[in-house]
Design a protein around this ligand. Structure first.
Ligand code: SF4
Length: 95
């Protein structure tokens, strides 16, 4: 299992989650519009959920139906960043 960052992170990137993650598996770079959780590194501790001011993070099995594409987007990001960024832009076009 893993935790998943969803749509409300886009263009916000509060980053409180990054500060609390004990294994540093939440990745953020300037080029991205949101942060991403590496599903291979996440230890499912749940520490990142409450600090997020926009409730963007869910356990994989609890991701709301409209946000389910983000489960794949978080995974894809760690294999193909361009593809993940394109999918984010497709869900929420840049302003
Ligand atoms: Fe990091 Fe824990 Fe959140 Fe996984 S659930 S991203 S390990 S803080």
């Amino acid at each position: 299992m893993t935790y998943v960052v969803t749509e409300t992170c886009i263009d916000l990137k509060d980053k409180s989650c990054i500060e609390v993650c004990p294994v540093d598996c939440i990745h953020e770079v300037d080029e991205d519009r949101m942060v991403f959780i590496d599903p291979d590194e996440c230890i499912d501790c749940g520490a990142c959920v409450d600090p997020c001011p926009v409730d963007a993070i869910y356990a994989e099995e609890d991701v709301p139906a409209p946000q389910v594409p983000f489960t794949q987007i978080n995974k894809i990001y760690f294999k193909d960043k361009v593809a993940a960024r394109e999918q984010v832009d497709g869900i929420k076009p840049p302003a």
